[in-house]
Every structure is written in C-alpha cells, then in structure tokens.
Design a protein around this ligand. Structure first.
Ligand code: AMP
Length: 425
C-alpha cells in the first residue's frame, strides 16, 4: 500500500519497547538459566492471564499504594466490567491458588512465572510502562527456610549470569501483632516531620505510615533518617524468624545488608522483605524485590496460607548483563549459494531438510550473482558455504567451502544431506 508523504509512521506507545533480535538471544539465555535453576529447586511454572478484575489488585496491593492510586492501566470493557492489565504477578497467582483449591490437595506449592507487567510510571532508563518480571513464589511454608531458599536462589541465579555488582538488602516488617507498636512510635516522628514531607507522604502518614520510610523524595529521606528501626519493635516470633533468616544466609555465604528503611511499595508484605540492588543502573537501583505475605491468601478469601515470593526486573537484569558483554547473534551453520532457478529450487529443498535436522541454514531467494551471495555469507558470519549451480547439478557434485581456511571440497549430491549433517553437527 502506498503512503502519502504527510502520513506519519506509527510509533510504539511511550514507555513500551520492542526487544529486537540481538537482544532476544540474551533474554532467552536469562530465561533458560532461571527456568533450569527454579526447576532444580522444585518450582513449577504457572501461567496467569495478563488481565484481571481491577478489584483483585485493589484489594491485594492496597488502595493506598502508588500502583493502585495512579499507575494501573484500568478500563471498563464493553459490558462495563472494570479490568486491569496486571501490574505484578503475585495477586494473580494467589487468585489461581484459591480458585483451583490447590491448598486442598497440598498447601505447599512452589511456582514461577515469566511475563509482562504494566504500570503507568514516568518512563526513564530502566523504568518502562510494559516491563517483564521473572517471578517465584512459595505457598504454605511459614518457616524461615522458604525466605532463605528464595534469597539463596536469587543469589545463585545472579552468580550463574555473572551479575556480581549486587547487594541483597533485607529487613523485617513484623506482623499484625508487633507492627502497630512500631507504627505508633513512627506516628510521633511523622507529625513533627510533616512540614518537610512531600504531599504524597503527608497524605499517607495517617493511613499507611510505613510507606513514608520508602519514599525516594530527598526531603522525605532526610526527614526520616533518624526514624526508629522496626527491628527494635519485632515480637519474639518475628525476631526469631528474622534471626534464622540472617544467620542461615550468613552460614550459606550469601552476602546481605540489613536495611531498616526497606519497606517495599506494596501493602501485603509481612516479616521478611528484601531487595537486590545494584550500582549498575543509575537511579533504578532495584533489580529484584520480594517479601513474605502471610495474610494475603486469606484476605482474598482463601484458607490461611503463609507465602513469600520475589520478582526480578527482567529488563533491568538484561540491561546490566548487556552492558558488561554485548551479545553476539548465532551465525548460520551453512550458507547455500545457488545460481539459477533450478539450483535455487534444489537448494531450497535441501535447506528445509537441513533445518529439520538441526542445521542452521541461510540462503538468498532472489536471483543474485555468486559474488553478491558470498558477500552476504560473509556478513552473516557463516562458517561454510555450499555452492550449487546448474553445471554442478548436472555433474552430480556440489562445492563445500570452509570460510575460515578457504579450502573447498567436492561432495556428491547423492547422500548430501547425511554428509552435511555429519560434517556440521
Ligand atoms: P516490584 O513488583 O515493584 O517489587 O518490582 C520488582 C522488580 O521489578 C523491581 O525490583 C524492578 O527491577 C522491576 N520493575 C518494577 N517496576 C518496573 C518498571 N516500571 N520498569 C522496569 N522494571 C520494573
């Protein structure tokens, strides 16, 4: 279709991005590494829809969070039902756990899922409106071993991907038994600090005072620098839980820092909260985050089920790795240079047979000179080139050229596929 000059090309939506060949190889490598590790640790894949009823996120993430207040892509569908593109995966996994009555067969479940999330944040490097997360969750385990296992698994994944410039930050957010005492202590400071706090924090300090600790606005950070530590207010159970997490991580050689400012942006967390931070990403320092949410399944109408999970920012992880080592695309194992239509037809049939046999083949479908085709083979970094013209076909032999050594050999057309599969595999 022809395009008039005053028509503008359609661009993608602000904050969304394409992940192109050249990048996808790295994404696949990260995905393979994560899946293989998670499966070894007994996690099973769950795939959840990218859209849910708005109420699910409002009830789980919390009405008074940035995500629910201003970042969700929410709309009424044609019948007026309010739907939301998922801003995170945990709520949907809880919904599936409850809906499919998983607790009835075995309450202990380990899940992972990988996919896109949507938040209407202000786009910048490392922050997108459609971004991807690699997510893992453990349901039905109250013991701190689940917390340790997840943090250990994250560490191992980052090691396997050679991502070393990271620190695990850990805190405990207490439980409904001990958190109110901390909130009361915090309230005193918050009322004194009110003039220095941003408008969001002034609004939140009554309804969700912990979130003020998490605010990134410099004035708020300064005002909260002397805030009491929640760790001083933990009940005996929460204290013992946190001590097992930190002691065991130390014994396993997992480095971490206790970070009393870490509260995470979502309402549902209890006890252990953690974040993997890196210096490699500028302002967007969190490459993964997670925590325990012992009350969430029950609050969504399911059986009382302790649970904990994490989400890795896939885009950010890929950016860190790509900055350290540019990815190279896989060259074809074989380039077939065919001259003339009969040879091209034959070459095409060989190329599909070789593709089925697991050999990566490239060829030109148009009528091009041998010189142009050899140039193309070079550009694609092909290791070998098979040269076939009408005269080769008539003689029953083709030429196989090794591009590195420049040596050539003649191969009979009869049994060619078997020969090539043996030579190239
Ligand atoms: P959260 O669900 O907010 O705990 O986020 C978990 C991880 O997802 C973060 O540590 C980030 O690495 C990543 N993440 C969150 N929001 C975005 C975004 N808008 N763009 C890119 N990555 C994000």
């Amino acid at each position: 279709m022809s395009q008039t000059t005053n028509q503008k090309n359609i661009q993608l939506i602000r904050g969304f991005k394409d992940i192109l060949p050249g990048e996808t190889e790295l994404w696949q490598k990260i995905e393979r590494t994560a899946i293989s590790l998670f499966e070894d640790f007994g996690f099973r894949e769950i795939r959840i829809p990218i859209m849910e009823k708005t109420e699910l996120f409002a009830r789980s993430i919390g009405e008074d969070t940035d995500i629910v207040e201003k970042e969700m892509y929410t709309f009424a569908d044609r019948r007026g039902d309010m739907l939301t593109l998922r801003p995170e995966a945990t709520a949907s996994i809880c919904r599936a756990y409850i809906q499919h009555k998983m607790a009835a067969q075995d309450p202990v479940r380990k899940f992972y899922t990988i996919g896109p999330m949507f938040r209407r944040e202000r786009p910048q490097k490392g922050r997108y409106r459609q971004f991807y997360q690699i997510d893992a969750e453990i349901f039905g385990v109250a013991a701190p071993y689940a917390d340790i296992e997840l943090i250990f698994m994250l560490r191992t994944l980052f090691d396997r991907l050679d991502v070393t410039d990271t620190t695990a930050h850990i805190n405990s957010l207490g439980c409904p038994a001990c958190r109110p005492r901390f909130k009361a202590a915090l309230a005193q400071l918050l009322s004194e600090a009110a003039p220095k706090l941003c408008s969001d924090c002034n609004r939140r300090k009554e309804r969700n005072p912990l979130r003020v600790l998490d605010c990134k606005v410099p004035g708020c950070r300064e005002a909260m620098a002397g805030a009491p530590s929640i760790l001083d207010y933990l009940c005996a159970d929460c204290r013992a839980h946190f001590a097992t997490v930190t002691d065991t991580l130390s014994r396993l050689g997992v480095p971490f820092e206790i970070d009393k400012q870490l509260v995470r942006g979502l309402d549902y967390y209890t006890r252990t909260a953690f974040e993997i931070q890196t210096g490699a990403l500028g302002a967007q320092s969190a490459v993964a985050g997670g925590g325990r949410y012992d009350g969430l399944v029950e609050s969504l109408g399911g059986p009382a089920t302790p649970a904990i999970g994490f989400a890795i920012g896939f885009d950010r992880l890929a950016e860190i790795i790509a900055a350290g080592a540019p990815v190279t695309t896989r060259p074809p194992d074989l380039f077939i240079a065919a001259l003339g239509e009969t040879a091209r037809q034959q070459a095409f049939e060989w190329s599909v047979a070789l593709g089925v046999a697991g050999i990566g083949v490239s060829m030109v479908y148009a009528d091009k000179s041998l010189k142009a085709q050899m140039k193309q083979a070079n550009r694609q970094n092909a290791g070998r080139v098979l040269i076939v013209g009408e005269s080769e076909l008539a003689a029953g032999t083709v030429v196989l050229r090794d591009m590195a050594s420049k040596s050539q050999q003649e191969i009979p057309v009869k049994g060619l596929i078997d020969h090539l599969v043996k030579a190239l595999c």
